[in-house]
Write a protein that binds this ligand. Structure first.
Ligand code: 6LW
Length: 503
């Protein structure tokens, strides 16, 4: 009996896709308005994952200018064929569907090869005869279906018209399609029901990649839509991978609610074993519900399963793989050279309240309970200058522990922006100069914000409910909370170290 913990990629890591090369697994997730785009992960055991970088690291690959909240990069697919990795995805706010490729998974990826077929959630299927199929959602006058064409993988040219190949099992929003071939049969797996609480995964099969596709009699093969108390909800948007030993596993995303029907960490990547039963259809985790601790029998290789992982101490260095900017950053606003061991954030007129690219660098919040801490050297010069640490979901939903001037004095305040409301806490007066320590303590229902110095006991500045940074409390968002550093106005803020410690 072995155990592992879901989610395998906690925090805002939605729309996962996976491929295998020999004994190495690679996984990508969507990134929307954040830059770099498409986080890229590696694993040797499907359970432990390490981020090795991003796929879209240049503005020539990823234009996010004026990208709205949850615009930008929607669902990606990663595939490997004849020595080359491919990722196809959608820039929802700039250009549509495209493919990038690399022959070195640790190196740079190509510039986009644009694909004319519309829709979202593109995927690639390389058939044994060398044909390359491009499949995505396809908008019809009366709804959405799954559309497919054949493409030239070198040029992206469509070699056939788009053909509707399946409408799904009847759920709304058939999307997230992936085509597989097993024992000569073509399987088409999709998500339906929308990415909220009605989300589900369904599958169909045919003797031809063009259909007709007949749905699995046990559809949906994965859902928590009818569960009331399961911690995980909104399961769907899956991809499949087969181990070298021939075992099948399914990755998908789901949410962990902080309280009834509210979540603030975004959609998180999970995994479950799949068995192919006598009727030739897949059975996910034996038909059981997906749980935080997964029990797995008969693992062919013990290394696939690890005992329950304790929380890891994540001490992030700056500008390493974990960190993201909002939209395309002006790199003149960031400097690692001014003071060794510090990052300098130079503010601008753009604030966290703007749908633009403020001076901000953040990492995904991946745990309900944690402490984040940073040390900042910051002397605001003007009344509107401020810098500090933020819990950021969108430009209309963020809590900012900020240092600013108030009646000529340097103070710490908690600025809370929720929708069309904004409040500022009573100021905590700080020493006129010297480094300040900022702390955020996150719990499932509440964030607490503190300030201190090497000599001053930390003082609470304010609190904020996770409820009001939850996806359900804002216009559509597909992302999740970040813990970030920011600077607004002309003054320079030097941040030293950044500790993210799950409790
Ligand atoms: C993704 C699609 C979806 O492209 O949400 O609701 C989109 N379903 O599958 C963004 O995650």
């Amino acid at each position: 009996m072995g155990y592992y913990r879901n989610p395998i990629l906690p925090g805002f890591h939605p729309d996962p896709s996976i491929c295998r090369v020999n004994r190495d697994y690679y996984l990508v997730t969507s990134s929307f308005e954040f830059f770099p785009g498409v986080p890229l992960f590696h694993s040797e055991d499907l359970i432990h994952w390490e981020q090795i970088g991003h796929v879209l690291t240049r503005e020539s690959q990823l234009v996010l200018e004026k990208c709205p909240v949850s615009g930008g990069i929607w669902a990606p697919t990663i595939r490997y064929n004849k020595g080359r990795f491919y990722v196809t995805t959608t820039n929802f706010s700039h250009g549509g569907n495209f493919i990038v490729w690399t022959d070195d998974i640790d190196g740079e990826w190509s510039d986009p090869i644009w694909i004319k077929q519309k829709g979202i959630d593109p995927s690639l299927f390389f058939d044994d005869d060398g044909t390359v199929y491009f499949v995505s959602t396809y908008d019809m006058p009366d709804g959405q279906a799954i559309g497919q064409c054949i493409i030239d993988i070198e040029t992206g040219n469509m070699l056939t018209e788009t053909k509707i190949i399946w409408n799904g099992s009847g759920g709304k929003y058939p999307e997230g399609p992936h085509m597989f071939r097993k024992n000569g049969i073509y399987y088409l797996m999709i998500a339906e029901g929308g990415t909220e609480y009605g989300h589900m995964e369904t599958i169909a099969r045919s003797s031809s990649p063009w259909g007709p596709f007949i749905g699995c009699p046990r559809n949906p093969i994965l859902t928590h839509r009818d569960t009331r108390l399961e911690e995980f909800q909104a399961l769907g948007h899956a991809d499949l991978v087969v181990t070298p030993e021939g075992d099948s596993w399914m990755i998908f995303h789901g949410i962990r609610t902080s309280q009834y029907m509210l979540h603030h960490l975004g959609r998180e990547t999970m995994i479950a074993p799949v068995s192919w039963v006598e009727d030739g259809w897949p059975l996910v985790y034996g038909g059981k519900n997906i749980t935080p601790i997964m029990e797995v029998l008969d693992i062919p290789d013990e290394k696939f399963v690890t005992k329950i992982q304790g929380p890891d101490l994540i001490e992030s260095l700056f500008l390493d793989k974990y960190w993201s900017f909002l939209r395309n950053p002006d790199m003149k606003s960031y400097s690692l050279s001014e003071r060794p061991g510090s990052i300098c954030l130079i503010g601008s007129k753009v604030s966290l309240n703007d749908c633009a690219s403020p001076t901000f660098i953040g990492r995904r919040q991946q745990h309900f309970n944690l402490q984040a801490k940073t040390i900042v050297d910051y002397l605001p010069k003007k009344d509107n200058d401020m810098a500090g640490m933020t819990i950021f979901h969108t430009n209309e939903h963020h809590y900012d522990l900020a240092i600013r001037l108030c009646n000529g004095k340097r103070v710490a305040i908690l600025r809370k922006r929720v929708g069309d409301m904004q409040t500022e806490s009573n100021p905590v007066v700080l020493p006129e100069e010297g480094k300040i320590i900022l702390y955020i303590i996150a719990q499932k229902l509440e964030y607490s914000f503190f300030v201190g110095t090497e000599v001053m006991e930390r003082v609470q500045v304010g609190t904020g409910r996770t409820q009001l940074l939850s996806t359900e409390c804002m216009p559509m968002t597909f992302t999740g909370c970040f813990i970030g550093l920011f600077s607004e106005g002309q003054s320079k803020a030097w941040f030293e170290k950044f500790n993210y410690t799950p409790n």
